[in-house]
Ligand binder design. Structure first.
Ligand SMILES: Cc1cc2nc3c(=O)[nH]c(=O)nc-3n(C[C@H](O)[C@H](O)[C@H](O)COP(=O)(O)OP(=O)(O)OC[C@H]3O[C@@H](n4cnc5c(N)ncnc54)[C@H](O)[C@@H]3O)c2cc1C
Length: 457
């Protein structure tokens, strides 16, 4: 590439070009549907490297993709022809147990933060798949099994250090650049490349109560009723999901549900064992489950349980919404529609309990929008055969239509699988969107950071 010497001078990281032995491996991202060919991939090892890469790219008007953990569902961390600034060599977590804080490098993965914090009996609430990037997850919000107790990941974010569109360094917190800090918490990738996050941590015992109950789909409404009771009356320390899904791979399920539709509830209770017994009582009352596996296990074990089922390379699409309620009508509609997932694909509907610590933060405090939702609901499909792409995406687009009457304002930016201007506005609502536009004009007027759910300056 012409002019590359200007970057290589003093750049301590790695540069991978088309034709290099590692190029094809370096351009792979999590979603197997995404297949792009950047002009170069750089792997900085320091903030100075990141700044040099940004200046190099802007001087040449290269499209800039920023990659943390590579899990963006629409493939926003890679591009054709442009530059990928891949933060995978900027890893590491430093915990200050006295202050109960963690400094986390911009390219770290969730498992690094989980493990480093738990070494001191501490935790930061993050997502449920340990190979996800802290970067993208946090800058969009960060939902997970501890969210009712400790809030979203951004509700525990104290500060960020970032490289801005002009290649300079900035720090944002409640005291420094507070407006930028507001925007970073929900629309972050629009404003710069975060090289370091600082989080507040909380004490958490290493052992929690976790597991799942599975029932034949005929019990959908009965289980939904128990689930609602659990969510509405359970403590902040209890989190639960409810799902209508295909029981695949069939050999992992008992015969009464294998291969067909099933309903399930998964729980994590981070309180004492006796409190968990009490809070999870509604699930025992239903009886007759195909699977009932709720037990004490370490928090770190639970954080890796979904890793394999969500491994790299499969094709994936989803749509989600925040809901104020989960009525039986909706559950019935999902039971019908889960059967329409194209043959050869797996997937279904899942609902997570929200509220509590999430709702305790005022909606206006961060760019993230959707705190009023008592539930987050998603329709997800996963498949491997490219021939199924159109059918699976079409299923995903239509699958949540029945939930519309129960939606609250906002949408979770990290789940938006398509990139369309109108969708981006609906993530934040009109007022926040305009506030984000003003912020974008101040920090990135030329839209250098546009590979994200983009706020157009
Ligand atoms: C298997 C799987 C499980 C998931 N589970 C959860 C979950 O439990 N909870 C949840 O809330 N979300 C979850 N998500 C959604 C996830 O939060 C988003 O996909 C998120 O964008 C992933 O971040 P990443 O760094 O891995 O992705 P990337 O693809 O690397 O980045 C995503 C976006 O963030 C930007 N970005 C990444 N790092 C930085 C940085 N340091 N500075 C600036 N911009 C950056 C990228 O440019 C891109 O626009 C999951 C996604 C997948 C695929």
């Amino acid at each position: 590439m012409r002019g590359l010497a200007e970057l290589t001078n003093g750049f301590a990281g790695e540069i991978v070009l088309p034709g290099d032995p590692g190029y094809d491996a370096a351009r792979v991202v999590w979603n197997g549907m995404i297949d792009r060919r950047p002009a170069l991939i750089v792997r900085p090892t320091s903030t100075d490297d990141v700044a040099a890469a940004v200046r190099f790219a802007t001087a040449r008007e290269l499209v800039v993709a920023v990659r943390g953990g590579g899990h963006s569902i629409p493939g926003l961390s890679t591009c054709d022809h442009g530059i990928v600034i891949d933060l995978s060599r900027m890893r590491g977590v430093h915990v200050d147990p006295g202050a109960r804080t963690a400094r986390v490098a911009g390219g770290a993965l969730l498992w690094e933060l989980d493990e480093a914090a738990q070494q001191h009996g501490l935790v930061c609430p993050v997502g449920v798949v340990s190979h996800t990037g802290v970067g993208g997850l946090t800058l969009g919000g960060g939902m997970g099994r501890l969210q009712r107790r400790f809030g979203l990941t951004i509700d525990n974010l104290l500060a960020v250090e970032l490289v801005t569109a002009d290649g300079c360094l900035a720090r944002a917190s409640d005291d420094e650049q507070p407006e930028l800090f507001w925007g970073m918490r929900g629309a972050g990738p629009n404003f710069g490349i975060v090289t370091e996050f600082e989080f507040q941590l909380h004490p958490l015992d290493d052992t929690v109560t976790h597991g799942v109950v599975v029932h034949p789909v005929e019990r959908a409404e009965a289980l939904a009723e128990r689930y609602r009771e659990l969510v509405e009356e359970g403590s902040d320390g209890s989190w639960a999901s409810f799902g209508v899904a295909l029981a695949l791979p069939a050999d992992e399920y008992p015969p009464e549900v294998a291969g067909g539709p099933m309903v399930y509830t998964a729980v994590l209770h981070c309180g004492r064992a006796a409190d968990a017994e009490h809070d999870l009582a509604p699930l025992r009352g239903l009886g007759g489950s195909a699977v009932r596996a709720i037990e004490r296990k370490t928090y770190l074990t639970t954080q890796r349980l979904a890793d394999e089922a969500t491994s790299w390379g499969h094709r994936f699409s989803m749509r989600s919404a925040f809901l104020h309620s989960l009525p039986d009508d909706l559950v019935r509609a999902w039971v019908e529609q889960v059967d329409r997932i194209p043959e050869g694909a797996s997937g279904g509907y899942s609902v997570w309990s929200c509220g509590r610590a999430i709702a305790a933060v005022p909606d206006g405090a961060t760019a993230f929008t959707g705190r009023e939702g008592q539930y987050w609901a998603a329709a997800e499909a996963q498949w491997d055969d490219p021939e199924l792409d159109e059918a699976c995406r079409a299923w995903g687009r239509a699958a949540l239509a029945d939930a519309q009457p129960y939606e609250v304002a906002g949408r979770y930016v990290n789940d938006v699988a398509e990139v369309e201007d109108e969708l981006t506005r609906s993530i934040y609502g009109d007022a926040k969107y305009e506030r984000l536009v003003a912020l974008k004009r101040e920090w990135d007027p030329d839209n250098v950071f546009r590979l994200n759910q983009n706020i157009r300056p």
